[in-house]
Design a binder for this molecule. Sequence first.
Ligand SMILES: Nc1nc2c(ncn2[C@@H]2O[C@H](COP(=O)(O)OP(=O)(O)OP(=O)(O)O)[C@@H](O)[C@H]2O)c(=O)[nH]1
Ligand SMILES: [Mg+2]
Length: 317
Amino acid sequence: MTFPDKIVDGDIRSIARGISIVESGGIESDNLLNELYNRNCSYIIGVTGPPGAGKSSLINLLIDEFKHHFRKIAILAVDPSSPFTGGALLGDRIRMQQHAMSESVFIRSMASRGHIGGISGATKDAIKIVSAAGYDLVIVETVGVGQSEIDIVKLSDTTVLILVPGYGDEIQVMKSGIMEIGEVFVVNKSDKSGSEKLATTVKWLLKENYRNKSYLPPVILSSVTNNTGIEDIVKAVLNHKNYIEKNGIDRDKIQERIKDDINILLERKINEFIQHHLKYPENIEKWVNLVISKKSTPYEIIREIKDNMILDIREDI
Ligand SMILES: Nc1nc2c(ncn2[C@@H]2O[C@H](COP(=O)(O)OP(=O)(O)OP(=O)(O)O)[C@@H](O)[C@H]2O)c(=O)[nH]1
Ligand SMILES: [Mg+2]
């Protein structure tokens, strides 16, 4: 069996290796993703929220509930803080450990390599790997810090935003622009004071401001400590899944993702092309000197570059 076939067959070691390959990028990664491309059929849930909101603990409980609705579940936790084995990474593993041995649950922590708080491109590719391997549900955990929230919205079919009392008074909630982020809102740590007030505020804000008039995100109180609200979160996610399928939004999202894939590859190719044919940026200093010594102008230089490039490409063909 070939390596990509082993992934499709669901072999855990091959899946893990596949993810390591896409994390490193390069031609090997491109070839693998090409082999696996048209096999993406997972439902993707993004779970985001401030550090320590209880995302990992909640996911741990949600897994059991989601098992009734999906065959195989993959969890990808993006660790924003440390590219190595940082505390958060270890913590996520421990919190989800009880599932680690089960056949139907795959858990992987990924470093986001310098994308502060963001989802690395590698996460997007890792989703493709587990998706090809037949995981029909993928849960991506990411800490909500600015850009990462936008990234997760683009990536996910349903985004679950976890809030906790104490972090966000009304103004913080407003400021962080959360109205654009979630389709399911959760106020976790409802065993602590202030959670109901926060839930009421968020509900009110959503009602007033939510972008989509035909879908109003629910606001759910949960507590990992008391094991409450878990079923409600799953129901809300399935409800949103239903909504997007009924309204064709899932198709729009697929189009957006493919567009993104093509754009990323195109950008990379154009950069390689420029570097190769123009010897850029090595040549920039030479061009600057030509202008300083009045031997040329930027306009002349560009014209010459363009003409040379056309000749160059003709030779290539
Ligand atoms: N009281 C209370 N504590 C909770 C609840 N949920 C989680 N915690 C605690 O909050 C802490 C952080 O939980 P995590 O699940 O690691 O939170 P996280 O959002 O995944 O954290 P990062 O991945 O580091 O951003 C842990 O000590 C949990 O035990 C809850 O509902 N109530
Ligand atoms: Mg976590």
